[in-house]
Design a protein around this ligand. Structure first.
Ligand code: BV8
Length: 245
């Protein structure tokens, strides 16, 4: 796989590097993506289940979906794409990751400077007190899980129609505005407001590099777009960057 001199130069050690990932980075770990052919569960689409209305109407069904996903993710391992991003954090002093994924695989790969901007499905939040509980048990012993206060727990994730955490969003906007390079990996770039981050970075003068299996609405905007598997492209890119130091 060839990377131009301008791409390698964009990864200068002094540069501020931000990586933005979506479900595609976890695909090679066996985690279903949202809009791919494996994105369905029973007869539902994610957009039908990942909403407060669906949860309030049927917390049992929504938790069964999350329990099914936790079961898959619990058996999944970080793949070479996750690991390459974790290694980038060791190489670049000014590195941050923004992930839309709720699977926790970037943390397990060793990434520490990250914003899980859509939350984390290993965490539950009390609908009454707002307290967040971490729970790695799968399958869950009871569905839907309850808080010790007796109220329902909900997945501590951002559903469609819900606002993102204002602190996370402010931090993410700051990173996007200030970065020299934005590496976008494995996202169909359709879910707002995150889908607007690459354009914001571009308008702020950043070099935007996309790695994705197929073209997306971002591909025409990016300075360079690599169509391939993240688990193959990212290690090859990292190899070139390290060889150039
Ligand atoms: C908001 C957490 C303000 C849950 C997720 C009408 C009413 C209300 C809102 C809206 C509306 N119309 C539009 C909106 C905004 C809405 C939105 O954008 N909808 C979309 C569908 C149009 N956004 C929101 O609601 C957001 N909040 O706007 O608040 C507001 C409030 C009220 C009213 C109005 C506005 C909240 C969005 C967050 C939703 N939560 N997840 C959970 O996961 O259970 S989103 C979900 O989609 C995941 O986080 C996922 O990461 C994200 C994006 O999907 P992708 O990651 O891109 O995954 P996808 O499958 O699509 O693509 C994978 C890509 O990888 C593909 O391109 C594929 O080719 C590639 N790939 C596959 N394998 C590989 C690969 N690439 C490389 N290597 C491989 N091996």
């Amino acid at each position: 796989m060839e990377f131009s001199a301008s791409i390698i130069a964009a990864f200068d050690p002094a540069k501020k590097i931000v990586v933005l990932t979506g479900a595609g980075i976890s695909a090679e770990s066996g985690v279903p993506t949202f809009r791919g052919e494996d994105g369905l569960w029973r007869r539902y689409r994610a957009e039908e289940l990942a909403t407060l209305a669906a949860f309030e109407a049927n917390p049992q069904l929504v938790w069964e979906w999350y329990d099914w996903r936790r079961g898959i993710i619990g058996k999944a391992e970080p793949n070479p794409g996750h690991k390459a991003i974790a290694e980038m954090e060791q190489i670049f002093p000014y590195f941050s990751l923004i992930t839309q994924n709720v699977d926790g695989l970037h943390r397990r790969a060793g990434t520490t400077r990250l914003i899980e901007i859509h939350g984390n499905l290993w965490q539950g939040r009390c609908v009454r007190e707002g307290r967040v509980h971490e729970d790695y048990r799968c399958p869950l012993p009871e569905i839907p899980p309850m808080c010790t206060c007796g109220a329902l727990l909900r997945p501590h994730v951002v559903w469609f129609g819900e606002s993102l955490d204002q602190g996370d969003l402010a931090r993410a906007y700051g990173l996007i505005e200030e970065c020299d390079l934005l590496l976008v990996v494995g996202t169909s770039a359709v879910v707002q407001p995150v889908a607007s981050f690459p354009l914001m970075a571009k308008q702020a003068g950043a070099f935007v590099l996309e790695v994705n299996m197929e073209p997306t609405p971002l591909s025409s905007l990016a300075d360079a777009s690599f169509h391939g598997k993240a688990g193959e492209v990212l290690p090859a890119l990292l190899q070139k960057i390290k060889g150039h130091r």
